[in-house]
Design a protein around this ligand. Sequence first.
Ligand SMILES: Nc1ncnc2c1ncn2[C@@H]1O[C@H](COP(=O)(O)OP(=O)(O)OP(=O)(O)O)[C@@H](O)[C@H]1O
Length: 252
Amino acid sequence: MNLTSFSFPYLVAPLCSTLSTTITTTTRCKSVNSIAIEGRNLNFSFTARQTKDVPVLRDCSIRIPSGQFWMLLGPNGCGKSTLLKILAGLLTPTSGTVYVKEPKSFVFQNPDHQVVMPTVDSDVAFGLGKINLADDEVRSRVAQALHAVGLSDYMKRSVQTLSGGQKQRVAIAGALAEACKVLLLDELTTFLDETDQVGVIKAVRNCLDTSEEVTALWVTHRLEELKYADGAIYMEDGKALKLKWHDWKAAT
Ligand SMILES: Nc1ncnc2c1ncn2[C@@H]1O[C@H](COP(=O)(O)OP(=O)(O)OP(=O)(O)O)[C@@H](O)[C@H]1O
């Protein structure tokens, strides 16, 4: 199976209908009016000096509607992180085309790699330094972004005192403050305890529920996280597969 000709409601609809009993948000399954992320026929190999090239993506195609929260799942080593890095522009595909709405932001797995400034508000404001904004506008953006990720009360906290999940949420707030349209999130819950895992994924869900503008793609191994998503892509051996919801259990 390949996704080059798939229509996205095919994947969205089964998830929304099947999971409707566990969905608590009110704005799920927003109308689909544009595409935020698209990769077409992507191929990618890591080149190794002494050994043969390692092919990772093989004619991989995905398409994600604007304003939705999608998950990318699949076995270890199938190419999820590589695909995410290509979408982020951190790696260049050997062939194929990529479209991702701008601005976009990549959030890394390790929470300690996310934060660079001493306090929460200064870290969220950090990326705004490159834009010429009035102080009031900076304060307002930082406050709104921290509100979206549920950290309004942490504005003056030292980042050293935050949990891993709180650091991830600060990183997401930084992206939101920069009016980021696409969040590319690479296994954010891997190093987190259960409370932090739920805190981060709910923060992302809340960001999308409160803004029509933001689209998120979340790489994960955790099937239980699917209940927060509007749609999902399953990868295997460098390809994105087209699955109906009832095929998921067999595949994952
Ligand atoms: N820098 C690299 N050099 C060579 N091979 C690499 C490199 N990075 C990743 N790979 C290989 O590419 C393949 C895909 O890796 P990738 O990290 O994209 O998979 P993944 O699906 O995200 O895996 P996981 O779920 O374990 O994080 C793996 O076989 C991996 O060993």
